[in-house]
Ligand binder design. Structure first.
Ligand code: F6P
Length: 359
């Protein structure tokens, strides 16, 4: 009997999605031969809601190991709206179940981050056969030591910091580089250390601008003619940390400094230290292009493991890496949780030992 396997990519894209899709499909064809049919759901849960899907052929998965983005397309379809009936009167959960049935799926693989996993768990609780695969450059999925996409983004952000170093040195400037990561600071911490940043500011560790300026001045006093800051998108100061997110966001917008703290920090440094300061925002470049060798290997490990789960009809789980071992966690144990940089993180201790200011 034929087994029909659905696959979708949801949320922000990242390098390694296609490599994972290829890992799943190649291993499925390898293990199950002609008895498997793969159905690509287009643009994430939006495609599942709207019935947008297509039958995939083995040739669709050829040559995609190194390809950035996702051949299936993706979209953010917020979990919190899944149960909300909008103007279109559409019951999204019922619509997703209807598409699953219409496409005659035996199971559905959902590649994505935290939001994707919440909806995957919802669908699993609704009785669908679901397997998750952990993707995100933020590396913040609970229960896995690493997500695919993260290390490629670390490489890209590190290259940005490297390149900024030379121009910072030539111009004797302070450079504030904004690294992606709204809630989790893993990408900023890793690339900040890899790129030799002098000051690293994370969402998990609210900063004091006085401490940041003091760190810049200390470097100048010690003879350094430039300073490099790696600032996470979601960095906030100690005062903001005591307020509700929507309140401090509104204040930032009112002040005209933008949604993130980076521009404000740069202006404050210039004012307080007199050092010429510039901002660099690599933004979505951190999610673009070909996956690194590390991510290609990880994607292939995760994808082929998911194929094994399909074959064993083991559903309601998501693939994970725990202590260098590929395994799975129950979706119900992962959904709704996140993995942030803990105070006990070894790399924070390393940063402090190296004299890096954490603000
Ligand atoms: O979750 C990945 C991520 O790149 C975050 O680091 C960033 O805050 C967010 O997505 C940006 O989202 P969007 O692509 O919707 O602008």
């Amino acid at each position: 009997m034929k087994r029909r396997i659905g696959i979708l990519t949801s949320g922000g894209d990242c390098p390694g999605l296609n490599a994972t899709i290829r890992g799943v499909s190649k291993a499925l064809y390898q293990r199950m031969g002609d008895s498997v049919e793969i159905v690509g759901i287009l643009n994430g849960y939006s495609g599942l809601i709207n019935g947008d899907y297509r039958e995939m052929k083995p040739t669709d998965f050829k040559g995609i190991l190194t390809l950035g983005g996702t051949i299936l397309g993706t979209k953010r379809t917020p979990y919190k709206l899944m149960r909300v009936v909008g103007d279109d009167q559409l019951d999204k959960v019922a619509a997703m179940k209807k598409t699953y049935k219409a496409a005659k799926l035996d199971c559905l693989l959902c590649l994505g981050g935290n939001g994707t996993h919440k909806t995957a768990n919802l669908l699993s609780q609704e009785g669908l056969n679901i397997i998750g695969l952990p993707k995100t450059i933020d590396n913040d999925i609970y229960g896995t030591d690493v997500t695919f996409g993260f290390h490629t983004a670390v490489d890209i952000a590190t290259e940005v910091i490297d390149r900024i170093h030379t121009t910072a040195g030539s111009h004797s400037r302070v450079m504030c580089i904004e690294i992606m990561g709204n809630k989790a600071g893993w990408l900023t911490l890793y690339s900040g250390i890899a790129g030799g940043a002098d000051i690293i500011l994370l969402p998990e560790l609210p900063y004091s601008i006085d401490r940041v300026c003091a760190a810049v001045e200390k470097r100048a006093a010690n003879g350094s003619n430039f300073s490099i800051l790696a600032v996470a998108e979601g960095a906030m100061d100690c005062e903001e940390a005591r307020q509700k997110r929507k309140d401090w966001m509104a204040k930032r917008m009112e002040a005209g400094t933008g949604a993130t703290a980076t521009n404000r920090i740069a202006a404050q440094i210039e004012q307080c230290t007199g050092a010429e300061t510039r901002v660099c925002i690599p933004g979505h470049m951190q999610r673009g292009g070909s996956p690194s060798a590390y991510d290609r290997v990880l994607a292939t490990q995760f994808g082929s493991y998911a194929a094994k789960l399909v074959e064993a009809e083991h559903y309601g789980v998501t693939v994970a890496m725990v202590n260098n071992h590929v395994t799975e966690n129950r979706l119900a144990d992962v959904a709704g949780k996140a993995r942030n940089v803990p105070e006990s993180c070894d790399l924070l201790a390393v940063a402090r030992r190296m004299g890096i200011s954490l603000g």
